[in-house]
Ligand binder design. Sequence first.
Ligand code: CMP
Length: 143
Amino acid sequence: MERTYVMIKPDGVQRNLVGEITSRLEKKGLKIVGLKMLQINRELAERHYEEHRGKSFFEPLVEYITSCPVVAMALEGKDAVGTVREMMGATNPLAAALGTIRGDFGMDIGRNIVHSSDSPESAARELNLFFAPGEIVEYRRAL
Ligand code: CMP
């Protein structure tokens, strides 16, 4: 079963969207196998967004993501990476379809509410960055 990393960003937490977003993901059928709230420090932010280093939005992005706690999730399911990306919508909320999380709740690319891994390889890297091995659990769901 595929796993992906999802993060409710500071604006999602500050706008009380944690329950709404988590509920959508659960109702879709994705299984929560890791869940925590944390304050990201600069080192972790820079490692997470390493591929964007040098871009014009890198510094504001690091400042924003470290400005308030985030909610980190490990989700499991068939094609979890692609499924969650579809549910998030386009990176720019103005371009995201209605019905997606960003399309329904966002207006600003720099405040786009959620992050999710863009490939299984990114998911493995990001889950490893945000969760210690014992923080991702295994259990059976009732049907
Ligand atoms: P995320 O999916 O977390 O991955 C990288 C983040 O960089 C992205 O969401 C946006 O929040 C941010 N980002 C990408 N492009 C821009 C941009 N042009 N201006 C500001 N922020 C951006």
